[in-house]
Design a protein around this ligand. Structure first.
Ligand code: M6R
Length: 614
């Protein structure tokens, strides 16, 4: 979704902003722009439809100067992607420039009122309404920009992260946020602004994360001030972000997605490190243990998540129900938040989100909190909105995930869920010691098992060549591997644009088997678990109808080979951890099919990495 970068200090702002915008490209966008205040106080605007590289070409020869500026990548919500709708937006007089991430829900009402006051609009965006509202308030009240921003935001309904600069002011940016992320990087005599702190890690590791309803007055000559919309100031809480620049680069891989798939042995080490004692197999998850009474007393656990995180949550359901004997429900956050669900005080709500910024998941967290439930987060991005909005949580610690298709976050999420289930199951006494030690031992071996499964990459690449022609795919699995099938289908859809459907294998007979013919390949996950034989029967039924089958099977498997056209052998781990391993050939299959089709793997069409608007 939209990305925001800002700078004020002594450097030339434009190169800093462009670099930050490049780092935000992973979020998905369709246009880009920059506004700068020149040393003599002029306010200049440069923006165009397309990529940040198009903006760079547009800027070429224009010598954009200024040590203060704001930049934006836009993912269209109101108004088509074009030069005019691109951000920043000028106010009617051209004296104020604004960038905005989010949606102003009451923009029509505000716009009508401004039209009555004689304002005209160039774009069809909700954001241009806000910059004009700020200007109208400033001019009619004769107040400062900071006051006008606060007064304008009191009238706004919706989500926003904004940054505003004004003609004649070479030292100050006003920023504010509500339900969209905004981090302020603190340098020496300079400040940075971004919707993702990682994008400005080249310059500083010290960040202030704006809270909802907060406004920041960022002046290069003064200490940072944070206040609410009423102007009441609050202390500035500076946090360190431990991240290296190499984590944000491709490291020799052609795409971030391939790098992130191959990083998984290391990301699992980081996820497990310090949590599972290799000698005693004791698991320490402080986010759980510090609140053990909430988990042990839970009448129900409700997962709220979207996309891949929702698939991981389905695996969490299996893990928790089988090990902890607590009833679990898995909800799409977008449905949960609008359904008036029954939330009890003894419910534990687990919000799962890689980015920690998904608007629907964040709203579900807020709803669960206000209903009195205990809310626990499983996030990747440290300091993200969901991580901060939950009562406690566990980071998956898999490092920045930049490819739009989630890979290492999925395996990290499942790994954390397995640790959580083991801890609670043991404390509750619903999980036998033998089982505990078996799974904890398998967890410790997971990075090595992951290394093994990655050796299938060449074989999967060859298979992908054979199946690049397909227009549709079916993915099947049972038990723990049913969510893996859903995840495999999602990976293929989002980066190759091939239609794919994930199903529980036994559901085929209830309708979807009618789709089977020689043109409809099936990817069946048939590893040796307690539903193995049944899955084989399901595969036979597809075979009997002329369907082509790619089977993901356990190492040394003999039976599946007889009915599948192609088999990919994966190493064996504990049954409940199998999705961590069996998902990997599916990630690779989607990746290679997409590259053979020439797709934009890391930034697929229409998609954004973090969905910060609903
Ligand atoms: O950051 P989140 O985990 O909350 O994101 C949820 C989904 O938007 C995300 O998983 C999406 O489905 C991915 N593109 C899937 O690869």
């Amino acid at each position: 979704m939209c990305g925001i970068v800002g700078y004020v200090g002594e450097r030339q702002a434009c190169p800093v902003i462009i670099k930050g915008l490049h780092r935000l490209e992973y979020r998905g966008y369709d246009s880009a722009g920059v506004a700068l205040v020149t040393p003599d106080g002029g306010l200049n605007l440069y923006k165009c439809k397309g990529k940040v590289s198009d903006l760079e070409r547009f800027l070429d020869g224009k010598q954009p100067t200024g040590t203060i500026g704001i930049g934006h990548t836009r993912w269209a919500t109101h108004g088509e992607p074009n030069d005019v709708n691109a951000h920043p937006h000028f106010s009617a007089s051209g004296n104020i420039a604004l960038i905005h991430n989010g949606i102003i829900e009451n923009f029509r009402v505000l716009k009508d009122a401004l039209v009555q006051h004689g304002f005209t609009f160039r774009s069809s965006t909700d954001s241009e309404v806000l910059v004009n509202l700020i200007e109208y308030i400033r001019d009619t009240n004769g107040c400062t920009l900071e006051e006008a921003v606060r007064m304008a935001l009191k009238q706004v309904v919706g989500a926003y992260a904004i940054a505003v600069i004004e003609r004649g002011n070479t030292s100050q940016i006003i920023a504010a946020k509500q339900s969209s992320p905004m981090a302020i990087g603190i340098g020496k005599g300079e400040f940075f602004l971004s919707s993702d702190a990682a994008s400005i890690i080249d310059y500083t590791q010290d960040f202030v994360y704006l809270g909802d309803g907060e406004v920041a007055v960022i002046n290069k000559n003064k200490p940072l001030r944070i206040m609410n919309l009423g102007g009441k100031e609050s202390p500035v809480d500076i946090q360190k972000l431990e991240l290296s620049i190499s984590q944000l680069e491709k490291g020799g891989y052609p795409h971030f997605m391939l790098k992130e798939i191959h990083e998984q042995p290391d990301t699992l080490v980081d996820c497990i490190r310090g949590r599972v004692n290799p000698d005693t197999r004791e698991i320490i998850l402080s986010g759980v243990l510090d609140h053990r009474e909430k988990f042990l007393g839970a009448g129900r656990i409700i997962f709220v998540a979207c996309g891949t995180s929702w698939h991981a949550s389905l695996i969490g359901e299996h893990l928790i129900e089988s090990m902890c004997r607590i009833p679990v429900e898995v909800e799409y956050a977008s449905e949960f938040r609008y359904r008036n669900p029954i939330i009890r005080k003894d419910d534990v709500v687990i919000a799962v989100s890689q980015s920690g910024e998904t608007a629907d998941t964040l709203a579900a967290v807020e709803m669960a909190r206000s209903a009195g439930a205990f809310v626990y987060g499983i996030c990747n991005v440290v300091g993200s909105s969901i991580a901060r909005a939950t009562h406690s949580g566990t980071y998956i610690h898999v490092g920045p995930e930049i490819g739009v298709a989630s890979t290492k976050a999925f395996t990290g999420q499942v790994t954390v869920m397995a640790m959580l289930a083991l801890v609670i199951g043991r404390l509750k006494g619903t999980l036998g010691e033998d089982k505990y030690h078996e799974v904890a031992g398998a967890l410790l071996e997971l990075p090595q098992t992951m290394k093994e499964v990655l050796k299938t990459a060449d074989q999967v690449a060859d298979l992908a060549k054979i199946f690049t022609y397909a227009h549709n795919f079916i993915y099947l699995g049972r038990g723990y591997n049913y969510p893996t099938a859903l995840e495999g289908a999602l990976k293929l859809k989002e980066i190759s644009y091939i239609h794919a459907e994930g199903l529980p294998a036994a559901e085929m007979k209830h309708g979807p088997i009618a789709l089977i013919d020689a043109e409809m390949p099936t990817v069946a996950i048939a590893t040796q678990d307690h539903t193995y034989e049944k899955t084989l029967s399901n595969i036979e039924e597809i075979k009997a109808r002329g369907g082509k089958i790619i089977a993901i099977v356990s190492k040394g498997d003999r039976l599946a080979r007889r009915c599948a056209d192609y088999c990919i052998e994966v190493p064996v781990t504990a049954e409940c951890l199998m999705p961590v391993i069996s998902s990997v050939p599916l990630q690779l299959l989607a990746y290679y099919i997409a590259t053979y089709k020439g797709r934009s793997v890391d930034q697929p069409r229409n998609l954004a990495k973090s969905v910060t608007v609903e």
